[in-house]
Structures are given as structure tokens and as C-alpha cells.
Ligand binder design. Structure first.
Ligand SMILES: NC(=O)c1ccc[n+]([C@@H]2O[C@H](COP(=O)([O-])OP(=O)(O)OC[C@H]3O[C@@H](n4cnc5c(N)ncnc54)[C@H](O)[C@@H]3O)[C@@H](O)[C@H]2O)c1
Length: 383
């Protein structure tokens, strides 16, 4: 049994996503488990080098997790032929330039979404990677959430009959930062720094809708900035220049209608931070991050509108849980394992930079729909 070391240049790992999901929950977890095992028994062992701007933060992070290699010089890291993969979890506005450099240096690319703040930028990355012949992938973590995997299981079993509609509710209250610290980085609320609900979340909704229900064919979107001012990490008040809520309707192939509300100015009165209700002719389901409950047509009660009497139904109790039936690992880690197998052994990995560009396409068209107050068709995206 052979072990193949794979060097990964990890940029932006001092951030929220980079540290928790990609470094600790994925790469370090894979190392602790003894690597990724290939069907022939060989083992892929990821070997990270942490890259960033702040020497102190990098050193502290590296020491805390016993990682030997870290650097503030991206160009030097990219020049090292022993590191084959470049990973990027920087804030979105910095991604394009760094990924371009990494492609030019012949590295395989794996990065966070959105791949760029515009479709033009995202498509350029996909084209450059294709021309350079480097393997490439984009984080599409929501597909690996237990709740969505259970939903996929129901879809694949034919449970829904004909799927009619999808209702997605996403969001929670993000504190303004004055009397309680905000729980998301302040750049998310500044357009000039790559922030905004549409840019951030439509990248997710595109692959969720395309992969589970059918390709998105049209969008109508109304967005707004509900909270006009917030307080940043340094305690300074700033003007929110980006949208913090988007209310969208999507048409999908096969005539499915998806309504998707995304807001950082909503208080949660539902089972989870994201819930997806699917209604079909034969049954319905509601998925959260980890759970999914279903109601078949034979178990569907028959309510009759009558506000003169007490409601005789407890609607939330009329659903049955979809069982786990399997162990669900961290979604970021599962996708990392698949990407490593893709790089080393040519394993399947459909979530490439072109798929990532589709997310940016939907964000761009969502913004256009909002600005022009009209429905916009979503054309097929090709390189
Ligand atoms: N897949 C998901 O579910 C998910 C969730 C949240 C964020 N994200 C994406 O991950 C990326 C990072 O988001 P985050 O919430 O971790 O942000 P963050 O602000 O916590 O971290 C950003 C990282 O980028 C670096 N950075 C910031 N400004 C920089 C600059 N001027 N030059 C170079 N590096 C800079 C920071 O040092 C840090 O390492 C974003 O693109 C975001 O869209 C993805």
C-alpha cells in the first residue's frame, strides 16, 4: 500500500470558513483519519501550507494545529512544484486574481463560492482552467447536508410523484453590531467588498435547484437593504451598501416553481435556518440542514377553512421523519475527499468552475431582474 502526499496551498484559512470548515473539519480531519483511501488501497495524504497576509495570525493558527508550513508569500508558494493544489477561501473580491495566478502556475484549483463577483470573472476562470488542463472544483457544500441528502433520497425513490413547487426559507437575525456583536463579517454588508445576499446565496441556490429539481430557466427577484447601518469589527459604524434580503421566484425545467426567501433580517420561526418544502402530487417533504420530514398523500389530512372554531389540527405533528439510514460526514470534508480522488485518481467530480460560474450567472441575473423589475430568462452557460 503506497501513500501519495498531495501538497495544498491553502489561502484565506484564517477566515471563518477557511479555519473551521476547510482546515479543521476537512484537511486536518482527513489527516487524523489516516488520509483518503483509494480503491486499490493506496492512500492520499494532504499536506497543507497555510498562506495569508497576517504573519501573526498564520503562525498562531499553524502552531495551534501543529502545521509546519505557512507563508505570507503566495507567489513563492505557487512556484513550489511539490504543492499541486491551490485552495482559496479569501473574501470573494480577492479570489479571481489569486486563482488566475495559480492556474498560470499549473496548480489544480479548488475554491469557495462564489468564484468571482461577476459572471465574466467566473467564466474567465473556468476557461483559463480548461485551457491550462488543470483539474478544478468549487465548494457546493449544501448538496452534502444530511437534510438535503434525505430529500434527494425521496426524489430518487419517486416519492413525490410529479414535483410541483419548492419553497425555501433561508435566514436569521444577524446582529447589527452596536449592542451585540454581529455574527457575520462586516464585508458581507458592503457591495464594494463583495458583499450582498444575492451574490452570496444565489451561488448556493443555483446548484441546489439544478441538482435536486431541474435547471433554473428564469428568475424574478426583489432585493433590499433592510438594515441601513451596521457596526464593524473595530466598533465603527458603516453604511450597508449591499442587499441583506432577497425575495426571488425561479422557474425550473419541467415547470417546477421555486420560491426562495433569503434574509439576514428575519427571526427564525421554523425548524431550521434553511428549510426546503417540496410539494408533489404523491407527497410532500420539508428538509432542514440535518433532518427531513415527509407526508404522503395517504396521510394528508383534510382541513376545512373555519376560523369560528379552535384549530382542530396540529399540522406540525402530521409528518414522519425520514430516517438517517447512513452516517453523514461533514459535507465540506466529503467534497474535499472527492476532489483529492479527482486529482490523484481521476475520480468523478462534476462541481467544476463552470458549475460555479452558473451560480454567479444566477446572481447577476437576479440583480438585473431586481434593478429592471422584470422576469429574466437564464440562458444555457457554455465555455
Ligand atoms: N460555502 C459556504 O457555505 C460559505 C459560507 C460562508 C462564506 N463562504 C465564502 O467563503 C469566503 C470567505 O468567507 P468568510 O465568511 O470565511 O470570510 P472571513 O472574512 O471570515 O475570511 C476571509 C479570509 O480572506 C482573507 N482576506 C480578507 N481580506 C483580504 C485581503 N484584502 N487580501 C487577502 N486576503 C483577505 C482573510 O484574512 C480571511 O482569511 C467568501 O468568498 C464567502 O462567500 C462560503
Amino acid at each position: 500500500m503506497g501513500t501519495q502526499r498531495v501538497g495544498i496551498i491553502m489561502n484565506g484559512v484564517t477566515g471563518r470558513m477557511g479555519t473551521n470548515q476547510h482546515l479543521i473539519r476537512s484537511i486536518l480531519a482527513i489527516r487524523e483519519e489516516g488520509g483518503v483511501i483509494l480503491p486499490n488501497g493506496d492512500v492520499i495524504m494532504p499536506d497543507p501550507i497555510l498562506v495569508g497576509r497576517n504573519e501573526k495570525k498564520l503562525q498562531a493558527l499553524a502552531e495551534k494545529h501543529h502545521i509546519e508550513r505557512w507563508s505570507t508569500d503566495l507567489d513563492q508558494c505557487l512556484a513550489n512544484p511539490d504543492d499541486q493544489i491551490y485552495f482559496d477561501a479569501q473574501t470573494t473580491v480577492h479570489r479571481t486574481e489569486s486563482v488566475k495566478k495559480a492556474i498560470a502556475a499549473g496548480k489544480h484549483i479548488y475554491c469557495e463560492k462564489p468564484t468571482s463577483t461577476s459572471l465574466e470573472g467566473s467564466l474567465e476562470l473556468a476557461k483559463l482552467a480548461k485551457e491550462a488542463g488543470v483539474k478544478n472544483g468549487v465548494v457546493q457544500d449544501k448538496l452534502f447536508l444530511p437534510g438535503l441528502q434525505k430529500l434527494k433520497r425521496l426524489i430518487d425513490s419517486g416519492f413525490f410523484g410529479q414535483i410541483l413547487s419548492v419553497r425555501m426559507e433561508f435566514g436569521y437575525w444577524v446582529f447589527e453590531g452596536d449592542w451585540q456583536e454581529g455574527q457575520r463579517p462586516s464585508w458581507n454588508y458592503r457591495k464594494e467588498d463583495g458583499g450582498g445576499m444575492i451574490v452570496d446565496m444565489f451561488a448556493h441556490w443555483r446548484y441546489v435547484l439544478d441538482n435536486l429539481f431541474g435547471n433554473v430557466t428564469a428568475v424574478s427577484c426583489l432585493a433590499t437593504t433592510h438594515i441601513p447601518n451596521r457596526v464593524d469589527e473595530q466598533g465603527n459604524e458603516y453604511k450597508c451598501t449591499a442587499d441583506d434580503a432577497a425575495y426571488a421566484t425561479f422557474e425550473l425545467e419541467g415547470g417546477i416553481i421555486a420560491q426562495v426567501n433569503s434574509s439576514w433580517a428575519v427571526r427564525v420561526n421554523r425548524d431550521d435556518l434553511l428549510t426546503i418544502q417540496v410539494d408533489g402530487t404523491e407527497g410532500s417533504a420539508v428538509a432542514g440542514l440535518r433532518d427531513c420530514k415527509a407526508q404522503h398523500r395517504i396521510n394528508t389530512p383534510k382541513p376545512v377553512w373555519n376560523p369560528d372554531i379552535e384549530n382542530p389540527f396540529n399540522f406540525t405533528e402530521q409528518w414522519s421523519e425520514v430516517p438517517n439510514n447512513q452516517i453523514f460526514d461533514n459535507g465540506f470534508k466529503v467534497q474535499w475527499e472527492l476532489f483529492l480522488k479527482h486529482v490523484v485518481a481521476d475520480g468523478p467530480f462534476p462541481w467544476d468552475l463552470l458549475e460555479g460560474a452558473k451560480g454567479t450567472q444566477l446572481s447577476d441575473l437576479g440583480i438585473q431582474s431586481w434593478q429592471e423589475r422584470r422576469w429574466i430568462e437564464v440562458p444555457e452557460l457554455k465555455l
